[in-house]
Design a protein around this ligand. Structure first.
Ligand code: PMV
Length: 326
């Protein structure tokens, strides 16, 4: 009754910001992402009939009461589906700082979902696994399929799932996740999204998403990095514009975030094909093609205010591994 899963975080190029349904975590729009090889979670789940409650442990850290409850609710949904009454011991390890806008909840719920169903010996279609992961944390559904992934908005819970559009070895895009702050963000994405409809620009944003999805899919199909990068940056700025015009306004960037954004723009003016995207936090994802990675790595080394850099290439989706955490 024990299994372990590895799951990547993912970086969205077309972002999810705003829910259609709070409970079901269905989104207001389609999104598109890439799995990250260097930012991942490993989780072991062991269903044990001697336990009187779930035991949830974060190795090298501490889950809050709210986070533990969210894991237990996820286990309850999985137990119900698999018809298993037993409590579980869960241990989890992240390769990167959580809560600072680098999607630890995505890799976390993807790993939990895959490990728990495997521990129960239940083999679900990938589509169903993405739905269970989504119910834990929306963007977690995108960490289950391989490589480059679309999460379709859908019209209800069953039709709001994620699928791979290109495998991880399709295109060597590098994502340098530049950590400038390790602390937990003050406003979680769950809470932050609740006010999305107070932004006067939301309708306009949602109206633009279908064309943007088409455009980025065709840039990926053509492996057109400049086009891909332009759409990604435009989309990032657009999502942050919504965050910053919500009531209350959500400003996730720090001075270092802005300095890095400007540096990347300067590098581009100097002829480097390099772009940024940023999630709900101050950390910056710097994107380039594999062939330019060495030069970009050097340029990043010249920046100040950086705590850590995690280099990622496109990764497979969540899967079971043999080595357990306990
Ligand atoms: O699934 P959540 O609640 O971690 O939301 C993720 C939201 C963003 O990271 C800001 C955007 C995205 O699509 O990943």
């Amino acid at each position: 009754m024990k299994a372990t899963a590895w799951a990547p975080a993912n970086i969205a190029f077309i972002k999810y910001w705003g829910k259609e349904d709070e409970e079901l975590r269905t989104p207001l729009n389609d999104s598109l992402s890439m799995n990250m090889s260097g930012a991942f979670t490993v989780t072991t789940v062991d269903f044990d009939k001697t336990l009187k409650a779930d035991r949830v442990e974060l190795l090298g850290g501490e889950f809050s009461v709210r986070e533990k409850e969210r894991v237990t609710r996820g286990l309850d949904r999985i137990r119900k589906r698999a018809g298993c009454p037993e409590f579980a011991r869960v241990a989890t390890h992240n390769s990167f700082p959580r809560g600072a806008g680098s999607a630890a909840s995505a890799s976390g719920f993807a790993a939990l979902t895959v490990a728990a169903f495997a521990a129960l010996g239940a083999s679900l279609p990938e589509k169903d696994l993405t739905v269970f992961a989504r119910l834990g944390s929306g963007s977690a559904c995108r960490s289950i399929p391989d490589g480059f992934v679309v999460w379709q908005r859908g019209i209800d819970s069953d039709s709001s799932y994620a699928y791979s559009i290109f495998p991880h070895d399709y295109w060597d895009i590098r994502d340098f996740l530049v950590i400038v702050d390790r602390s937990m963000k003050k406003v979680s994405t769950t809470d932050g999204m609740k006010a999305v409809k107070t932004s006067p620009f939301l309708t306009e944003r949602l109206g633009q998403i279908p064309a943007r999805m088409d455009a980025i899919r065709s840039a990926l199909t053509d492996r057109d990095f400049a086009r891909f990068g332009e759409i990604t940056e435009e989309e990032c700025l657009d999502m942050h514009h919504i965050m910053q015009t919500q009531d209350p306004a959500l400003i996730y960037w720090s001075d270092t975030t802005r300095t890095i954004m400007e540096a990347v723009r300067d590098w581009r003016i100097q002829g480097f094909p390099v772009y940024v995207t940023i999630d709900a936090g101050p950390n910056v994802h710097i994107l380039c093609e594999g062939k330019d990675a060495e030069q970009v790595r050097e340029k990043i080394g010249e920046l100040s205010g950086i705590i850590e850099v995690i280099e990622n290439h496109p990764a497979p989706g969540a899967h079971v591994i043999e080595e357990h955490l306990f």
